[in-house]
Design a protein. Structure first.
Length: 226
């Protein structure tokens, strides 16, 4: 077998030959074509995005606000799996950059339109977002409201601990907002309670001072001058 390089082999190894430049040009051209060539009609791409957006909005509205609150790991798993589940429904057989840009712009425009409509109509706000639900009032858990939203007392306590609240008895109101967040309003002491606590503290200091006066002096300490 001869190891002498032929002119064809040298041309193939030399990146400056016209054949090499033609290959690079056509390969690059095909790559750009695959990146931006839309595999679906534009109208179908837009309709897929709109339909999936509306289905997700209806599904989350029906499932309740606790899915958005993510009070336990299962709620987070559902939201993460939803994004992967509906991905194929949106993109279809198209993986192009153009298709992704069309889908993203469609989502932004649809969401902007929904926000504008709900901003102008309170009825539409209640229909799409729901209304706030009071879960705790004056330190007492409202069981019926919690059962409607499928929120347990343990989940309420965990949410309160995240906001630095030790116990639900210190909560004046806990509200599950339409956005899925739980807002806690701590109880503030009344003026009578404040005065009572101040009097108790003053009496405690007076009692300590009296005990110090009544206690006999230590052997190594001189007695107080009369």
């Amino acid at each position: 077998m001869s190891l002498t390089p032929t002119p064809h082999t040298l041309a193939a190894l030399n990146p400056l030959t016209p054949e090499s430049w033609n290959f690079i040009f056509f390969a690059t051209r095909q790559t750009w074509y695959d990146m931006f060539h839309l595999g679906l009609p534009i109208l179908e791409k837009i309709l897929r995005t709109i339909v999936v957006y509306l289905l997700l909005m209806i599904g989350l509205r029906t499932a309740g606000k606790r899915e958005l609150a993510q009070l336990n790991p299962f709620d987070l798993i559902v939201l993460l799996m939803l994004s992967n589940t509906v991905q194929n429904a949106i993109i279809g057989d198209d993986n192009s950059v153009t298709g992704g840009a069309i889908g993203a712009l469609t989502l932004l425009l649809v969401n902007y339109s929904i926000v504008r409509l709900t901003y102008r109509s309170r009825k539409l706000q209640r229909l799409l977002g729901g209304k706030p639900d009071v879960l705790v009032k004056d330190g007492h858990v409202l069981r019926e409201h919690c059962e409607e939203e499928l929120i347990t007392t343990a989940e309420l306590k965990a949410a309160a601990h995240k906001q630095g609240i030790a116990t639900l008895k210190d909560v004046e109101r806990a509200v599950l907002e339409p956005t899925g967040t739980i807002s806690f309003i701590t109880r503030k002491p009344t003026p009578e309670t404040q005065r009572h606590d101040e009097l108790i503290d003053l009496l405690s200091r007076i009692a300590r001072d009296l005990n110090d006066l009544k206690s006999p002096p230590k052997p190594n300490e001189p007695a107080a001058a009369s």
